[in-house]
Design a protein around this ligand. Structure first.
Ligand SMILES: NC(=O)c1ccc[n+]([C@@H]2O[C@H](COP(=O)([O-])OP(=O)(O)OC[C@H]3O[C@@H](n4cnc5c(N)ncnc54)[C@H](OP(=O)(O)O)[C@@H]3O)[C@@H](O)[C@H]2O)c1
Length: 340
């Protein structure tokens, strides 16, 4: 009887003790970053997720600047935002691969409170088929371009930060930046790279009251996704099959809410929430409640992850078997024609 009482007491006390322990150790500490009347600078802000973010930030009272390459798309975005919110955003035409051009845009835009590094290109193709120039292009825009943006904006973001309140740097990753998927060797490498950049950067800028976020959208209905789908390998579609793409505005809302609450990892839907817990690793966590969920769910989610891998490798095996069968029946047919 005494033993069973002790068992029940420890069943209650252990989680409470774990919660208290996590409350003491989770770092960085929780924060709220106000957006009203503050300057948000969004790269890739003329289309898709970036444009939806610009709309949302403007309607929440932020001063918005957007940057991308095409001036026509920027003008179009500016007009669309003015029509729906009555607010004028500042536009900057520059390629993130060109550091000098990016620096000029940042200097002209003035001190930044929120930097959202969102530009991105995505082309799914097997590495063997993909040209090296395309691999370089993806890495240059998604990863090196992000370094260029942050290097250009950081000195101004740090300056007089004490008087201006907390700042934020958010990087637009992808679920392909949490797990490698067939056909995404270059894209996944560029997005996994952002995670390393973000984890190290957070440690470097926390002393300046700047808070780093990584957003992990799933498939999202944007012009970029429409383009990507034209060339996607069939196996990529089979493996990455999801319940459907999110709307750009839904992703923008999740992203902006997460950025304002200083979350390091920002998933956008329930699948992304589970993926974030499964891939938490050594990433920072502000919420002791989320840390509790991560600790308790870790083992189970590893089993779920292994089930996914089992399913994916099964699809790849079937695909290769089907290809071999097709090839041998084609050879047999050719041999028949030849013998006749
Ligand atoms: N849509 C999805 O399914 C999805 C899923 C996960 C993650 N993401 C990520 O979300 C971000 C936005 O994607 P999206 O779907 O909204 O793409 P999108 O509709 O194609 O928009 C991309 C934006 O980036 C700009 N851009 C591209 N290359 C640039 C460069 N070299 N320099 C400056 N700006 C550049 C584009 O404008 P210009 O072409 O005029 O430069 C455009 O404004 C990307 O980082 C992407 O990887 C998207």
């Amino acid at each position: 009887m005494a033993d069973s009482n002790l068992f029940y007491i420890s069943l209650v006390l252990l989680p409470l003790f774990l919660l208290f322990f996590l409350f003491l150790i989770t770092r960085p500490r929780p924060i709220q970053i106000p957006i009203k009347k503050r300057h948000i600078f969004i790269t890739g802000g003329s289309s898709g997720i970036g444009l939806a973010l610009a709309h949302r930030a403007a309607s929440e009272g932020a001063r918005v600047s957007i940057l991308s390459r095409s001036i026509d798309k920027l003008e179009e975005a500016k007009n669309a935002i003015r029509q729906s919110t009555g607010i004028d955003v500042a536009i900057f035409a520059a390629d993130v691969r060109d550091f000098e051009a990016v620096q000029r845009a940042v200097d002209e835009a003035g001190p930044i409170d929120f930097l959202v590094v969102n530009q991105g290109v995505f082309v799914a193709q097997e590495l063997e088929e993909q040209k090296l120039e395309e691999v370089r292009f993806i890495i240059d825009v998604n990863l090196t371009g992000s370094f260029n943006m942050i290097k250009a904006a950081l000195p101004g973001m740090k300056r007089s930060r004490k008087d201006r309140g907390p700042g934020s740097i958010a990087l637009m990753s992808s679920q392909a930046g949490q797990v490698g998927i067939y056909g995404y060797t270059a894209y996944s490498a560029s997005k996994f790279g952002l995670r390393g950049l973000a984890e190290a950067l957070q440690q470097e800028v926390i002393g300046d009251n700047i808070h780093v976020s990584l957003v992990f959208p799933p498939d999202t209905e944007t012009p970029g996704l429409t383009e990507e789908n034209k060339r996607k390998p069939q196996l990529t579609s089979i493996i990455a099959a999801s319940s459907g793409a999110m709307k750009a505005d839904e992703v923008a809302k999740k992203a902006l809410d997460g950025i304002k609450s200083g979350s390091f990892t920002i998933p956008c839907n329930s699948e992304g929430f589970l993926l974030a817990i499964a891939t938490a690793g050594l990433s920072p966590q502000r919420s002791y409640l989320m840390a509790f969920v991560e600790v308790v769910a870790a083992g189970l989610l590893r089993i779920a992850a292994l089930c996914f891998q089992w399913n994916w490798y099964g699809s790849i095996e079937k695909w290769h078997m089907k290809k071999t069968e097709l090839r041998s029946s084609w050879c047999l047919k050719q041999a028949g024609i030849f013998l006749m």
